[in-house]
Every structure is written in C-alpha cells, then in structure tokens.
Ligand binder design. Structure first.
Ligand code: FES
Length: 575
C-alpha cells in the first residue's frame, strides 16, 4: 500500500465509467473535463478531491470557500489537480430530529463519492459535530488516501464585560433565564453574542473534542486541531493540507495504516486528558469500527483511570479553544502524555508520533490551560463507563462535569416516557419531585423515533431551579452536548426502544448510582421486571428513516449501521 503512483492508473484515468470501451471512456471524460477550461497538462496530473461541506444550513462552515481556496493552492503548488465536490453537510442545530440520525447518511455519501469519482487522495473539510466523524468513517471504508482539515473553533465574544462562547455559555445563561436571574431583554442580547465568528463551538464540546481526537488519531496535520477558524494559521494549515494530500497520493498511505488499534488508544487517552465530550465515545467507536477495531468500554475505563485530566476548558474549566491554541494546542497535551502513548503510530504527515514528539518545541506552554502530567487538574480521566442492571451493555458518565456529592447515591425514579412527556411536565408546578430524586428519560435512544438526540441534559424542574438546585442525577438513553455539564448518565444500553431495562423503569422505583463501583442499577427484583412489558418501537414506512431504524446499532457499537462496519475477518459481513 505504499508503492509509488508510477504507471498505475491515476488521476482522471481512475475508475472509468463502464461503456465496454475503456479508451472511449477516458476520451469522453477528458473531453467533458476540458469543457471546464482545464489544460490537458493539468488534466494529466494526480487528482486531489476536496470534500466541501459548506451549506446555508451550517454556520460553522461559513468560511469554507476561503479555506478550500487555500487547500487548492497547496495541491497546485505540489503538482496536483484539485477538484472540489459537495457532500451532505450537517449543521448541528439545524437538523431534526437530531444530527446523529444523519451522520451515517453523510458517511455513506462521503464513502461512495470518494470511491465513485476519480481521485488519488481526498481532503475532507469538515468541522461541525457530526461532520468530522462522518467523513472519517466514509474515508476509512472507501480505502483511498485521505486527510482531514477541520473548520477550527470560533473566537469568543463579549457581553456586559463577560466573555461568551458557544455553547456552554448558551446553557449557563438559559439556566439563569429559567431561574429568573436574566430578563427576556437580556437573553435576547446574549443570543446575539454567543456565536459571532465562523468556526465550531469554542469550548471543549463535541466539535473541538473530535478535532483534538482526530489529531491524536493522526488523520489531520499535527498542530492543526485548535487553530481558530479565522486565524491566518488556519489558512496556512489548509495550504499545507493540500500539499500533504499530494504526498499521500504519491505514497498511497491509506487510512487503515493510520487508524490502528494503537492510534485509537492514543485518541482515547487524549479524549480523557482534554475532558472531552461524551459524544466522542460514540464517534470514535464508529470510526474504529470502520477499520475493524472494537472499543471495549471496560478498556475505556482502564484508560480513563490511568489518564489524568490536563486541559482546563469549558464546560468544566474557565478557558476556551482559542486559549488552548495559544497555550500550545494538542501538541502540548501529547507531549505531556508521551509516556502513556504508543509512539509508533503514523500520521497523515508521514511521520510517526514518536518523531513528531522528538522535535524541539520553542513555544511556551501556558500551564493555566495545559497542566503538566505531574500536576494534573484531576488525577483520572473525565469519562467512565457504567454497567449494572439498568445498563447491561454500558452507559457513559462524565465525572469531570458532575457534582462529586452525587457520585454515590440511591434515589427515587421520576420517569418521563418520551421527549414530549418531558417538555409537557418538567415545569409543572404539581410535579412530584425533590432534589434527591433521579430524573429518568425513556425512548430517546438510537432506536427511538427521536434518534438519540442531545436531550440527556434534562433541565432541572423549574420549581427546583428557582429554589437554587443546580444539579440532580439524570439518566437516559440519549446523548448530551459536549458543552453541557451535570451528574448525567447517558447512552444507557440497550436503549429503551429496543426493550432494555430502561423501558421498564416506573415512577417510584429505586435506582442506585455508584461511580466508584462503575454501576448503575435498577433496584427492582428480576421477577417483577420480567412481568413488565415494553411496547416495540414502530418501524417507519419508507425512506432513510426505515433504513436507519432497520440497521442502526446500539451505542456500544457507535450507532453505526450494521452493514457499514468492517467485519474483523474482512469479509464484508457486519460484525
Ligand atoms: Fe457546529 Fe457547535 S454548532 S460545532
């Protein structure tokens, strides 16, 4: 897989349309390509496809025209022909019922367009939460040389002297508004100041986490994860990405040689050290699954327990992504983690992680933002997997974003049977709820009609919020935004819509959370539980919703489609 391009078909001669006459197919293709004004000299060069995900429904990608111009510059300078093609774009807040439902659709679009079109390598330009995992999943399955380029984070803004950034501050101010501490006029002003530049959410939310994790995985250029979207370095990184794509085309270094079990473990370490988003567990599981690599949640706990939190960003700390960039970026984190990392892993830059970390660094690291390994923020990682009678196949808990006073607790279940039920009753003054109860949301997992939205951050019932309650144990099969925080048990597997134990929880049942024991249990006798029946989730009649419902896997398999994962034996069967 590393032999040079040489005389093998490349560029426009790749994957000719089948007319039963290959020479005619090439002649026809060149003729149509020349209609776009390219010279024959340029049309003979290696082709670098550039997957463009700009969209009027994706604010985070609004600078992509400029970014893609810089990628094209890099490709041309290195002697290639850059050809831009569109794929689906997923703007996090513009999709219903939730963006996750369309991640696999975008992955299929990306995979098929890479495979079907003549390109020697591809640059994947993405950024908003689901776009980076979707592109990577597709590229791994397509098996062509590929390199990512992320959007980069937004810059922060100001409101009444206070620094604001999407989207932890979105939630913080909304909670204040619900508690009556912010007026309707003020929340309107805040709304206009939360997201003010191009780029992805500026905290350690899912987009920033995925950018960081993908740098650790080796699929974007070293040092490029944290560069702000509007910084000139982002354009320089884009140009360098174009050049790197040409090197990948020449060496034919494919993603399966980069996304290895060691690289996935490095990515998990970085996820823990940055206090990253719970969503990244799903996405990394799905990405690894495309390379035939399983992520075992028990191994995730071992990695978490042996990886300290080093990065102090919102939602858990005071800083933003632009501060991480100024503090040394993911390179500074990797250098601290060096004794824990597999240094043999290759990156799209063509060097091993060991070679990258051996290079001298002159930049000062801001220790307020990136702590040394010997003096971490927290001695263990931010995320843990829980198991128990409520979640036999696991659940995820972000201990770094939760109140430790709630870590060992038994409580009474207050159950909401759906998202509609939640919004209808959560603020009902007559709701029977106390701060010691566990709020339980059912039917918000991958098999539900809602498609596993970021609804796991159940709001504190307003009568308790107004009384000053800031956190409660909340349990669901849903996900949570990486920008959210609280004592929240997520991704309960199997989910409620598939008839898992979560579907059988009733108001008044006792539940027990033990972070120390890594357990979440429903304290109902098994015979009583066996008597409780959960209705099956309805099957949509047609279209993508039907395909989704038929093929979607549970959270422990990354919510990929069964038929898209790589079987460990490589025979194409779903694992
Ligand atoms: Fe795009 Fe947050 S909405 S990254």
């Amino acid at each position: 897989m590393t032999e040079p391009v040489g005389t093998a078909p490349h560029g426009l001669s790749l994957g000719l349309t089948n007319y039963g006459d290959p020479d005619f197919a090439l002649y026809l293709r060149r003729s149509f390509a020349r209609s776009m004004g390219y010279s024959t000299e340029l049309l003979a060069k290696p082709v670098i496809g550039i997957a463009d995900t700009r969209s009027g429904f994706n604010n985070c990608h609004r600078h992509f025209p400029e970014l893609i111009d810089a990628v094209k510059r890099g490709v041309l300078a290195a002697g290639g022909l850059p050809l831009v093609f569109p794929t689906i774009s997923l703007g996090e807040v513009f999709l219903t019922p939730t963006s996750l439902m369309f991640r696999n659709l975008m992955a299929m679009d990306t995979e098929e367009m890479i495979r079907a079109q003549p390109m020697d390598a591809v640059v994947l330009v993405g950024g908003c939460d689901k776009t980076v995992p979707a592109q990577l999943m597709g590229a791994i399955s397509a098996g062509r040389p590929a390199i990512g380029l992320v959007a980069g984070p937004m810059l922060t803004s100001r409101w009444q002297g206070e620094r604001l950034g999407a989207c932890t501050d979105c939630r913080r101010f909304w909670a204040k508004f619900r508690a009556g501490e912010v007026t309707p006029a003020e929340i309107g002003e805040i709304e206009g100041n939360l997201a003010t530049t191009a780029g992805t959410c500026g905290v350690m939310g899912t987009a920033s986490t995925m950018a960081s994790v993908v740098e650790a995985l080796g699929m974007i250029l070293p040092g490029s994860a944290a560069i702000p979207a509007v910084h000139a370095d982002r354009l320089r990184a884009a140009e360098a990405t174009g050049r790197a794509a040409m090197r990948l085309a020449q060496t034919r270094l494919t993603p399966d040689r980069i996304v290895t079990p060691h690289a996935v473990e490095n990515a998990l370490r970085v996820l823990m050290a940055i206090g990253g988003s719970t969503n990244a567990v799903l996405h990394l599981t799905a990405i690894a699954g495309r390379a035939g690599i399983e992520i075992d949640l028990k191994r995730l706990n071992e990695v978490s327990d042996s990886t300290p939190v080093l990065v102090d960003l919102k939602p858990t700390g005071p800083h933003y992504m632009e501060d991480l960039f100024a503090a040394g970026g993911i390179g500074a984190v990797l250098r601290e983690l060096k004794p824990l990392l597999h240094l043999d892993c290759l990156s799209v830059a063509g060097e091993s992680l060991g070679e990258r970390l051996a290079a001298p660094v002159e930049r000062r690291v801001d220790r307020e933002v990136v702590r040394p390994l010997a003096e971490p923020l927290q001695p263990v990682g931010g995320l843990v997997a829980l198991f128990g009678s409520l979640a036999p196949k696991g659940a995820i808990f972000k201990r770094s974003a939760a109140d430790p006073k709630l870590f060992e607790k038994e409580g009474r279940a207050v159950v909401f049977t759906s998202l509609e039920d939640l919004s209808a009753r959560i603020d009902d003054p007559g709701l029977d709820v106390t701060p010691d109860d566990f709020l339980v949301l059912q039917n918000a997992g991958p098999l539900s009609a809602s498609g596993m939205p970021e609804a796991g951050y159940l709001p504190i019932p307003s009568k308790l919020a107004r009384a000053g309650v800031k956190d409660m144990v909340r349990i669901s099969d849903a996900r949570m935004s990486g920008t959210a925080y609280g004592s929240i048990v997520l991704h309960v597997t199997p989910d409620s819509a598939s008839g898992g134990p979560l579907a059988k929880v009733k108001n008044g049942d006792r539940l027990r959370l033990s972070v120390k024991e890594r357990r979440i249990d429903l304290l109902v006798p098994p015979d009583e539980l066996a008597r409780r029946k959960a209705p099956p989730a309805p099957m949509p009649e047609r279209g993508y919703a039907r395909l989704y419902r038929r093929e979607i896997l549970q959270a422990d398999r990354g919510c990929d489609f069964d038929f898209l994962r790589k079987h460990p034996l490589g025979d194409g069967r779903a694992s």
